[in-house]
Write a protein that binds this ligand. Sequence first.
Ligand code: F6P
Length: 462
Amino acid sequence: MSRLVVVSNRVILPSERIQRAGGLAVAIREALGRSGGLWFGWSGELSETPEPTCQTDTKGKMEFAVFDLTPAEFDGYYNQFANSTLWPLFHYRIGLVKFSRSALQTYLAVNARFAEMLIPHLKPDDTIWIHDYQLLTLAGELRKRGVTNKIGFFLHIPLPGVDTLAVLPGLGTLMRGLAAADLVGFQTERDLQSFKDYVRQEVGGTIGANGTINCFDRTIEAGAFPIGIDTRVFAGLAEKALSKPECQQIKEGLGSRKLLIAIDRLDYSKGIPSRFEACEELLRAHPEHRGQFELVQIASPSRTDVASYRDLRREIDRLSGRINGAFSEVHWAPIRYINRTYPRQSLAGFCRMAAVGVVTPLRDGMNMVAKEYVAAQDPNDPGVLILSRFAGAAAELGSALIVNPFDVDQCADAMHRALVMPLEERQARWRTAMDTITRNDVKAWWTSFTTRLMASQARAAA
Ligand code: F6P
C-alpha cells in the first residue's frame, strides 16, 4: 500500500501539546497516528530568511516535515488572504471580507513554496492528501512541477453558494489550482452542491452521470465526507476527566446549579455574542432559571493579529460584562467567560458535567465540539445538545435541539427546553446521536476518503 502524505497548514509536532491545535489538526493526528505516513506543513514558527530545507522528526509510524514562514509570508498568506479574505467569505460574512491583490499574490506564492518544500520528500507511489482553505492551489503547484501522484483535497470549512463565491477576485485561479486534485472532498452535501453549481455556472463545466466533474480541462471526482471524532477515545477521556482538579473546581463552584457549556475558538463564525444574548433572553423570559444555571463559555484566543478577531474580543468582553452586571447576585453570575485554552481532557470533563452543550455557530464546516459533547455524556444521565442548523454537524445530529442562531428568542427557548427536558427524552435523543457519531467516527471518515482517493480515475480532458 502506498504511503500517505498529509499536508495541512498546521502540524502538531511530537514535541507539541495538542491544545494549541484546532479540530482539523487533532483529527489528522489521531488518524495518521494509526495509519502511519508523513505529515507536512508550516512549523507554526517564523524565520526572517526562508529556510532552504524542512525540519524533520518521527514518532511511531508518523514522520514529520515542517518549515518556518517568513513574517511577510505569514502576514500576506495567513493573516490577510486566508483569514481576512477566504475565511469570512466562505463563512458567508461578505461584510468582513478584505481583499488585496498583493495578499492574493503572497497566498499563491506560499502555496508554491509548500510545493517546492514538499517535493524532495515525495516518493513515486505516495498518495498526497491536502487539507483546507489555506492550501487551495497547492495541488496545481505540484502538478506544474511534474508531480503525477494521486492528490486529494479536503475542504474543512463551508463552500458558500455561487453568488457569494463569485465575489472573490482571483476565484478562477484558486479553483483551477484546486481542480488539479483527483478527488475533492467536502463536509456536507450542501458544500458539494455549491461546488457543482460553481463549476456549471461560472466555469461552464459539466457534471458526469456518475458524479464526475469536468472542469478546467480535467475530469475529477468530488464527494461529501463528513469528518468525525475518535468517539470511543473521547468518551473514555471524559469519563476519566471528572477527577481532574479543574473539573472538581467547576463542580464545587456550581453546587446544585446546571452547567451550560460552550467551547470555541474566539471566532466570529461561532456566534458567541448571539449565544450570550440568548442567555440574556432566557433570564428575562424565564426568571425561574435565575441562579439555577451557569453558562461557561471557553473561548480560546485565535488569529489575534487579525483586526476582526480583536474587535470580536472587545464585543464579547462588553456583552458578558453587561449581562452579568444586570443579572448577577453576590453569590452567582450567569456567564463565566474564559478567554484561554484548556487541555483536551479538561474540556472533555467539562462536557460530561454539562447539562447542556451550546453549539450555535452562525456558520461552521462541521463543528467537532458538537460531536465531542455527545461523546462525553454519561449514558445514564445525558445532557442535551443545542445545535445550530448552520453547523455541518446538523446534517448528522438531527436529534439535537436544532436552532437558527440568528433567532435569539428561539435559542433562549431551546435553552429553557434543554434545562427542563425529562430524562427519558434526553436519553432517546442522545442514543440516536451517539449511534451516529460512533458509526461515522474519524476512522470511518479517513477510510472513506482515502479509499475513494486511491480508486479515483481523474484524467486530463480528452
Ligand atoms: O478548519 C478550520 C481551521 O482553520 C483549521 O484549518 C485549523 O486547524 C483551525 O481552524 C484553527 O485555525 P488556525 O490554524 O488559524 O489557528
